[in-house]
Write a protein that binds this ligand. Sequence first.
Ligand SMILES: Nc1ncnc2c1ncn2[C@@H]1O[C@H](COP(=O)(O)OP(=O)(O)OP(=O)(O)O)[C@@H](O)[C@H]1O
Ligand SMILES: [Mg+2]
Length: 298
Amino acid sequence: MNDESNFISTQLLQKVYPATKRGQEDLTVFDKVNFNIRKGEFTTCIGHSGCGKSTILNILAGLAEPTSGSVMMDGKSVSGPSLDKAVVFQNHSLLPWKTAIENVAFAVKSRHPEWSLLQIRKQCVKYLEMVGLNDSYNRKPSELSGGMRQRVGIARAFAIESKLLLMDEPFGALDALTRGIIQEELIKIWEQTQQTVFMITHDVDEAIFLSDRIFLMTNGPYARVAEAVVVDLPRPRDRSQIVHHPDYYKIRNHLVDFLVSRSHELSGSSNGAEERQEESGTVDGELLLPPDVNPALA
Ligand SMILES: Nc1ncnc2c1ncn2[C@@H]1O[C@H](COP(=O)(O)OP(=O)(O)OP(=O)(O)O)[C@@H](O)[C@H]1O
Ligand SMILES: [Mg+2]
């Protein structure tokens, strides 16, 4: 399908790692992962370590293959990386022999081969400054701190202004102040460029602040996306005001409850998980919050 409600659509994604030793069982990390993302939607994904979030992001990016199932983007099957998908990796992946600005320029040039050197430089500087790297353009990754390297990776992904922005815990290595500033820049860029975003985070407040919807994954093995929580808080969102919205803590408590207990209760073998999901009212792999918790349904 190629309508705006199905800009990204995953069908029955499954990832199995075969056993490497005799007597060991194959590892089915996740199974029957189904979700759709609307064009221009900001989604985040939360789940415990090891449930397969990065693997799903790599599959969306075309950098990894599912064992079975498929991903469609804009009506076409995703079969490899492309410049309409920008990725911020969980661990930065900069070219070590290039400076910060050269790393960003490399991506911008690939995206816009027709641009002049001046245009490329302007685009790089715009995004490097946006992430607060005003004085460090000419340093190589080995001369930057972990958080600075991560910010170069973020600037590189933002600078190519792709249709789809995939981010794997992009702000994990940043201090709280920088994290807040870059989150706000991200929202501005997202609004300007109307990109579609899929971002992994462990931070429930970050997820609520940024998202239109939050995908909640059960624990592995046989992990799956058990719920898609709609965050219908008005935009623009102000970090200090949003917490006073009457729905904020309803959503937050629901996310925390999921992470603390339900992600485990809903997990298990393929069949068991399926039965439990049906009991809790899953429709096409997405379970929406009851009306009093989910403002979109109230
Ligand atoms: N090449 C591999 N061979 C075998 N198992 C693997 C391989 N790569 C990943 N895994 C396993 O797949 C599972 C999912 O890994 P993944 O990195 O996607 O998890 P994650 O949800 O992103 O975790 P985290 O929150 O810690 O980043 C883990 O159990 C991991 O050990
Ligand atoms: Mg990960």
